[in-house]
Ligand binder design. Structure first.
Ligand code: GLU
Length: 491
């Protein structure tokens, strides 16, 4: 068998859908697993859907996600689009003359025909079929036009499309995920190959390109399954080898409706903007329809490529669970060093106009790391270290204690903190040791001391331990916050 080659063939709509990311990923994984080639092709022949800048943003996201393709358009450092690979161009709008050439070849061989029917006529055929409860399809009105009749229509400037003449019989293909699929050709419309504006349809361009680009495996979303018999018939008409097909399961909302914009974010860009890590998104999306091992959920890209098995992809829809994505994101954040997290959080802090010295940020990341779900969570957390959040005095009172006791405990701790030297305040472990010693010596209860101290320092009902807060805030700011708490308790 020739070398495995897959492709991701998005129509540039301006953003990458989560489902598109999974399609790209599975194509990537399949190619890597088999030592093959992963190509990217831009399917932009539908001029009505043209979005300026869409290709650039798509290339950006794919790059951010680490899904590097071996062939196809790439972005240069200057932001320009270049193409790599010897079978390009990989952008369909740059290949238009090819499609016309192949469509004319089919015309000459009598396998396709020109159709001059107006949209009004097609509409009335459709509505009559609807009334008669027949399947709606073209009635082949133009299939019998003589060369003379066609010439007259051409001379009169009548717009025309080119349609494939679907042969009798049935069409079968083997889907790697769904098994054998057979369909009666009667159910297939004489599909348009070239539209009246001279542009090819998706079907024609897709088949010609997959053939010329030597694609061996077409892995794509379930929604294309009904187009596949049309594609198979086109391959047969051209007498080309037919690639293997695999149609991926739908991605569903928890209520099992199709994942849609209405119910939440579907653009990968939105998830990145919210503070999800590319590794987490890749891991999460990989498991939408496939899990190599029953007892493992965290996989890096390389591991996924090793374990990927297209035949083990589920047929039934995969539910998108945001909770699981959040959990995964937290897991991946935890694998990073505080320095790395600090760097990754920069765009979020910048956007929120939060400025803090790097050493403070690293400290914040050290103590907050375990509690982060999103990178953007650092915005609020950092703000809390820079400016004490407002809170109610009764938050300072531990559930087994009193307002009076809270005030007393805070007052008593002031001289203890004042006595801390630089060595102690430079390590949260030493701070902890010193405070625990103090609690023990004075026969105090942890909660009586540590609760009001923690709240005084953070202003929050949940936060890192007071020792960590002290380490981040430093002695001076910590004392200031404690004094403020005491004043609040006096009111
Ligand atoms: N351009 C199609 C899309 O946007 C590609 C479908 C296919 O992979 O054949 O999804």
């Amino acid at each position: 068998m020739s070398m495995v080659k897959t492709r991701f063939a998005p129509s540039p709509t301006g953003y990458l859908h989560i489902g598109g990311l999974r399609t790209a990923l599975y194509n990537y994984l399949f190619a890597k697993k088999h030592g093959g080639i992963f190509a990217l092709r831009i399917e932009d022949t539908d001029r009505n859907r043209y979005v300026p800048g869409a290709v650039e943003s798509l290339l950006h996201v794919l790059e951010a996600m680490g899904l590097q393709h071996d062939e196809g358009p790439i972005l240069t450092k200057e932001g320009l689009i270049e193409q790599k690979g010897s079978l390009g161009p990989y952008i369909q709008s740059e290949r238009l003359s090819l499609y016309t050439k192949y469509a004319h070849e089919l015309l000459e061989r009598g396998l396709a025909y020109e159709c001059f029917c107006s949209s009004e006529r097609l509409e009335s055929v459709r509505s009559q079929q609807g009334i008669a409860k027949l399947p709606t399809k073209y009635d082949r009105h133009c299939v019998t036009l003589s060369p003379e009749e066609r010439t007259i229509k051409h001379t009169a400037g009548e717009p025309c499309v080119i349609r494939l003449k679907i042969p009798d019989g049935e069409t079968t293909f083997d889907d790697l995920i769904r098994g054998r699929i057979t369909i009666h050709n009667q159910e297939i419309d004489d599909q348009v190959l070239i539209k009246s504006d001279g542009f090819p349809t998706y079907h024609l361009a897709n088949v010609i390109d997959d053939h010329l680009m030597e694609v061996t495996h077409v892995i794509r979303a379930e929604e294309w399954i009904s187009s596949t018999p049309k594609h198979v018939l086109l391959y047969q008409a051209f007498e080309w080898d037919i690639p293997q097909f695999a149609h991926l399961p739908l991605i569903l909302n928890p209520d099992r409706s199709k994942l849609s914009k209405r119910q939440g974010d579907v653009a990968v860009e939105d998830y990145l903007r919210k503070g999800y890590l590319p590794e987490a998104l890749i891991n999460f999306v990989a498991l939408l329809g496939f899990n190599p091992k029953a007892d493992q959920e965290l996989y890096r890209l390389e591991e996924l490529a090793e374990l990927f098995d297209i035949e083990k992809v589920n047929k039934s829809g995969a539910v998108f669970m945001t909770d699981k994505l959040d959990w995964m994101n937290g897991q991946y954040i935890r694998t990073k060093t505080p320095e790395e997290i600090t760097k990754l959080s920069q765009p979020f802090l910048k956007k929120a106009e939060i400025k803090a010295p790097e050493e403070i940020l690293i400290k914040i990341c050290t103590v907050e790391k375990e509690r982060l779900v999103l990178l953007s969570d650092l915005v609020e957390k950092t703000r809390g270290y820079l400016i004490l959040p407002t809170y109610q005095a009764n938050l300072l009172v531990w559930k087994k204690s009193t307002k009076e006791d809270a005030r007393l405990q805070l007052q008593n701790i002031i001289p203890v903190l004042e006595g801390f030297n630089n060595e102690i305040t430079g390590s949260s472990a030493l701070i902890e040791m010193a405070l625990r010693e103090y609690i023990e010596e004075k026969y105090l209860q942890n909660g009586n001391v540590l609760w009001p101290l923690r709240v005084a320092l953070s202003g929050l009902s949940a936060s890192p331990a007071p020792f960590e807060l002290l380490w981040v805030l430093g002695k001076e700011e910590s004392l200031r916050r404690i004094h403020k708490a005491i004043t609040m308790l006096e009111e």
